[in-house]
Structure formats: C-alpha cells, structure tokens
Ligand binder design. Structure first.
Ligand code: URA
Length: 259
C-alpha cells in the first residue's frame, strides 16, 4: 500500500478526491438564473449570439448568468452557486477576484492552485507572492489592482484546464472585466492570453505588444498586455528581463491613460 501511494505521488497525484470514481458526463441540470437586483450599478446586458456554435448547454447558462449580474457581489454569488462546471466538485473553494473593484489595472491568471483553493483567494501561493513583487516594482499593490483568473476552480492536481472548461467559465471572467472596467488589462500566461485575446499563438509570441480586449458590455476596447506567468518565472528566472520590459510598458500606459 505504501509503495502504491509513493507511486501515486511520483506520478503527480497529490490529493484524494473520492473513494469511488464519478461519471463527469452525468451533469446536473443548469442552475436557475439569479434575480436582477433593484440596486444594480451596471445594467445587465443581453447575451450576444455566439459567433460559433457553443460547446455545450452549460456554456449558454454561464453566459446568461454572467450577463444578468449587475455588480461584482452579485456575480460572485452567482459563480459560487453555478454547478455546471465539474471542476467545482473537486475544488475546496470557489476563487473569484480580489483587490480593488474600481482598479485601473486588472490582472488575469489561469486558475487557482493548491494554496488559492485552500484560502479561496487568487494568487496567494508562491506565484502570487512573485506577482505581488512584480506589481510593487511599478508602484502597485492589491489595494490598487484587481486580480482574477480564467477559472474560478482549481483543476485537480494543478493539471492544465481543458478547452471546454475554459470556454465554459469564460463568460464569468469577461463579466468581471466589464464590471471592473479597468483602463489596462494584464493577462499572465498563455491560457489567459489565448482565451481572452482569442488567439492560437503561444505566450512567447503574444506577450510584449499592446492589444485590445472587448466583450459584450465593455464601454470601449481595453488596452491589454500579455506577459509571462509568474509561475513560469519561478521556473525560468531568465525570462524576468522580458517581463520587466512589459511591466514598464504597463506603468507607462497607466500614466498616459490616467484621468
Ligand atoms: N496561478 C494562477 O494562474 N492563478 C492563481 O490564482 C494562482 C496561481
């Protein structure tokens, strides 16, 4: 038994989830849409018809739920109540955004890791500590930045999220962007950059140049910079040189775009 456990650990299995296997295709019905609140601060937007066929019924449901949320508190509650993504069943916590909800800068990562899942907050593990130091280098901290992820639930064992999981949860992160309305958006890592810029290239090609992000409800296109993920920098410190250049460009853009 001990040898079997050692073999599991060596193979990257670091958490027990269930004693019995589960049928992940046996999804529960999509959750009911939350009622609109009378004190809404941002108007709910109609859901634009998708350009391509949606991957599945849950995607529509997430898009409708997100579009019906008029503020971040409502969206947070709706994401926590959403049962359409199987990742939620193996996660300890739903991890939505953290920081200043009126921030000029918003940072989007990939998905919660082990520490984030335990504490229910984004970027609080080793990669998050490096992200804090990156922000501090350009005079920012969590009181001036809003931080979130593409996925609100940790993929088991920190595996890469699937294309279906990303598409399913994307309306939630897009609605967060619309509700925060940052002047500048920073996408850390390839998963976040490819999903929100709708590109196929990897992060090495996407980083370092200004692009625009738009979604249903954005008042105007948001200046967007992709850069390397801090978890990658922990493994590959030599890439910090490029990230430093990106950070300086982000600082300049914030100064230029300040009211
Ligand atoms: N990596 C991410 O992309 N997000 C987190 O919240 C933590 C680590």
């Amino acid at each position: 038994m001990h040898a079997l456990l050692q073999w599991y650990v060596a193979a990257g299995v670091d958490e027990a989830t269930d004693a019995e296997p589960r049928n992940r295709f046996d999804q529960p019905p999509p959750p009911a849409r939350p009622p609109a609140r009378p004190d809404a601060t941002v108007a709910a937007v109609p859901v634009a018809p998708p350009a391509v066929a949606p991957p599945n019924a849950e995607y529509i449901s997430a898009a409708e739920i997100a579009a019906g949320c008029a503020n971040l508190a409502e969206l947070r509650t709706a994401i926590a109540a959403f049962d359409g993504c199987a990742l939620k069943r193996t996660a300890t916590n739903t991890v939505v955004g953290d920081g200043n909800e009126a921030a000029a800068l918003m940072v989007i990562g990939e998905a919660p890791g082990a520490e984030e899942d335990r504490r229910g907050l984004p970027f609080v593990g080793p990669a998050g500590q490096l992200l804090d130091r990156m922000l501090a280098a350009i005079g920012l901290d969590r009181s001036s930045v809003y931080i979130s992820n593409i996925l609100p639930w940790r993929p088991p064992g920190n595996r890469s999220p699937t294309a279906e999981e990303i598409a399913l949860c994307q309306p939630f992160v897009e609605r967060q962007i619309v509700l925060v309305q940052p002047r500048v958006l920073v996408l850390v890592g390839g998963i976040s950059a490819k999903a929100l810029l709708d590109k196929r290239e990897g992060i090495t090609r996407l980083r370092g140049t200004w692009r625009e992000f738009t979604a249903p409800g954005t008042a105007q296109p948001i200046a967007t910079m992709a850069t390397f993920h801090p978890a990658y920098l922990l493994r590959q410190p030599s890439a910090k040189r490029e990230v430093w250049r990106d950070l300086l460009a982000i600082q300049k853009k914030l100064e230029e775009s300040g009211e």
